[in-house]
Design a protein around this ligand. Structure first.
Ligand code: ADP
Length: 252
């Protein structure tokens, strides 16, 4: 089937996804920076029904000591789905999936952080999925990089994630949970948008070579759109900070 021609032969403009979106449309996305008082950096986001909170602590001394690197920062990342985040209550213990996602998210973020600036130090990133609705690793990465920026951690670039995949024979952007479950393929991508570097690429399902590159291009386009929203979220937080700063008294 041709991309853009639906099962019923509808024109591309008429074809809509279960939630009414066009193939290349993102779910409604909300990003907020600096939402927690007690963390050095934090961010909260909603993508469709999905809700994620990220907190960053550090840099601090390394505990346990054997995790210390003499020449760079030790980064810890915990991706965790709250027991109430899915339709059926999950067991609170981390699953193999949680452990895998914690690792790939940490590696994606490590590519951006100037780890050499913090030898013998540790940074902890907590990603709490409050409500899961598909694409949580991508939103987790997008928010974690905002939380790192909020904590003042020097980075080469922001990191932004977005998924694309195949649903009912079409390449679609930012799959919902329903599309993820029923679709033919799901590809998670994260990039450093200014440096033009891919820092995460994972795929489930099957795509032809041509579809693979279509999905990759679409996911990167999604990342670029989300990156603009990341920058806006940082600006809003900075402006809020400036508005709270009392005006300096003029000296006689
Ligand atoms: P991602 O959230 O990055 O897309 P997956 O493709 O593994 O990761 O998961 C897709 C979606 O399936 C998740 O966002 C979540 O909504 C749902 N899901 C994942 N694991 C579970 C689980 N253990 N129980 C219920 N739903 C889950």
């Amino acid at each position: 089937m041709q991309q853009g021609e639906g099962a019923e032969g509808q024109a591309a403009e008429e074809w809509r996804r279960p939630d009414g979106r066009a193939a290349d449309e993102l779910r409604p996305l909300r990003l907020e920076v600096g939402v927690l008082e007690n963390a050095e950096g934090s961010a909260y986001g909603e993508q469709g029904r999905g809700k994620i909170l990220v907190a960053v602590y550090g840099p601090t001394e390394v505990h346990p000591r054997h995790m210390e690197h003499v020449d760079r920062l030790t980064m810890l990342c915990r991706y965790h789905m709250a027991p109430f985040s899915t339709e059926e209550r999950r067991r609170p213990q981390p699953t193999r999936r949680d452990i895998e996602l914690s690792k790939v998210i940490r590696e994606a973020l490590e590519a951006a952080v100037l780890t050499e600036r913090f030898p013998r130090s540790m940074l902890k990133i907590f990603i709490e999925v409050l409500e899961a609705a598909g694409g949580t690793r991508c939103l987790g990465i997008t928010l974690a990089s905002l939380a790192l920026a909020n904590a003042g951690i020097p980075m080469r670039d922001l990191v932004v994630g977005c998924a694309a995949g195949k649903y009912k024979g079409r390449i679609v952007l930012d799959l919902s949970e329903e599309e993820d479950k029923e679709g033919e393929a799901d590809m998670a991508v994260a990039i450093m948008p200014s440096l033009n570097r891919i820092v995460l690429l994972q795929m489930d399902g099957e795509l032809t070579r041509e579809e693979f590159f279509q999905a990759l291009d679409l996911a990167i386009e999604g990342c670029r759109r989300i990156h603009k929203m990341q920058v806006e979220a940082i600006k809003r937080k900075l402006q809020e900070g400036l508005a709270l700063t009392p005006p300096t008294e003029e000296k006689e």
